[in-house]
Design a protein around this ligand. Structure first.
Ligand code: GTP
Ligand code: MG
Ligand code: ZN
Length: 360
């Protein structure tokens, strides 16, 4: 393997992606990683230089959904021009993992958050942001994206040891296998708890509400304050988000990090896998339901409802599951409907154009 590969390896490239590259294309293209997404352009890196890039027209015209566009963390095939000051992206390589969520508001569409993430840090602050139901929401998104979740409980400096242990136990009571790490941005030894689990060449993504300390953590990991954080006072804690864009950053010790803006509204999109994995005990109970297609809402012989009745399953957890399941089904149905309409509209335009042309 040549020099370029070493550079690529340093930004997370590996055998999994290498094996997905079509035969012969490397004579024509270079491999690069998307490190930032702008309005109509991208910043890509080959491990040596960061270059502004645009998509080739063919890619734009053939795109039929948001997943057809590059996201932060994507590996792409590109051509570099003008002494590596500009590039054109020709193709997105297959993704190992993909984080996406429903577009905020009523729109039935989804947005990509990041691609090819190995571990997602779900950050909640111990003092006021901690919430099991919100945690489950993030877990569904992360599990559905085929990403390993790790929970970071921030601002541990604000609570005593006992309170912190209490919260950790609360999580482990319902999700015993979940890795949970309390930390503080104001305490070196606690910070090391986070650094210790990060590995060179792997990509991490920071997720969580606004103000929980994601950017402060990123800055601490970088070692110099390069990204803007925000001062929150109680009064303005519902104020503006400090982080407005996503960017992939390489740390001194070789790990890669994507900081994301806090999400006020976390809607998920058709997440059968994520739900099943996050609520694995519900999946287990459901195997004993009388009907195969049981929705666990009002059916006779439902083992899930029985588990709630017997106290084997917490009512809050069950309700959160049902709520997310409904949302996900609704989003998927509405999205399919929207796609159908878009297609019909596309056909209509084509017919009109044909008709117009034939009249000339
Ligand atoms: N006490 C305490 N405060 C912290 C800690 N980490 C961050 N903060 C403060 O919390 C506020 C918000 O931190 P940010 O890092 O900007 O939060 P963020 O998660 O990046 O927020 P968004 O970018 O809006 O999503 C700042 O005032 C930080 O100084 C911590 O460990 N302990
Ligand atoms: Mg931030
Ligand atoms: Zn059932």
């Amino acid at each position: 393997m040549n020099n370029i590969s070493n550079n690529l390896e340093s930004i997370g490239f590996g055998k999994w992606f290498q094996d997905k590259i079509p035969h012969g294309v490397l004579d024509q293209f270079d491999i690069a990683r998307v490190v930032a997404v702008h309005k109509d352009s991208y910043t890509i890196s080959n491990g040596e230089v960061d270059v502004l890039a645009e998509l080739i027209g063919k890619l734009i015209f053939s795109a039929s959904s948001p997943v057809d566009y590059p996201a932060v963390g994507d590996w792409v095939l590109a051509n570099f021009y003008d002494e590596n000051t500009f590039a054109i992206i020709h193709q997105i390589l297959p993704r190992k993992s993909l984080l996406k969520r429903k577009t905020p508001g009523k729109k039935v569409d989804f947005q990509l958050i990041a691609a090819n993430i190995d571990f997602a840090f779900i950050v909640q602050s111990l003092n006021e942001n901690f919430n099991l139901r919100r945690l489950e929401r993030y877990l569904v998104m992360v599990n559905d994206g085929k990403i390993q979740p790790i929970v970071l409980l921030s601002k541990s400096d604000l609570l005593d040891h006992e309170a912190i242990t209490g919260i950790t136990e609360e999580i482990h009571k319902i999700m015993p296998d979940l890795q949970v790490i309390p930390f503080s941005n104001q305490n070196e030894s606690y910070l090391d708890n986070v650094k210790r689990i990060m590995q060179a060449g792997l990509t991490y993504c920071l997720l969580g509400s606004s103000g929980v300390g994601k950017t402060t953590l990123t800055n601490n990991l970088i070692g110099k304050s390069k990204y803007i954080t925000k001062t929150v006072s109680k009064k303005e804690s519902k104020g503006r988000h400090a982080t407005t864009h996503r960017q992939l950053i390489k740390l001194d010790f070789g790990a890669l990090v994507v900081d994301t803006p806090g999400m006020r509204e976390l809607g998920n999109f058709s997440v059968a896998t994520g739900l099943g994995e996050t609520f694995s005990e519900i999946t287990e109970f459901s195997e004993k339901c009388q009907f195969n297609d049981c929705t666990h809402v009002n059916e006779k012989g439902c083992a899930v409802l029985k588990a709630v009745e017997d106290g084997q399953l917490s009512a809050e957890r069950y309700q959160n599951y049902i709520k997310m399941n409904k949302e996900s089904t609704f989003n998927e149905m509405s999205y399919l409907e929207k796609r159908k309409k878009d297609k019909q509209f596309g056909k209509f335009i084509k017919t009109v154009m044909k008709h117009k042309n034939s009249q000339r």
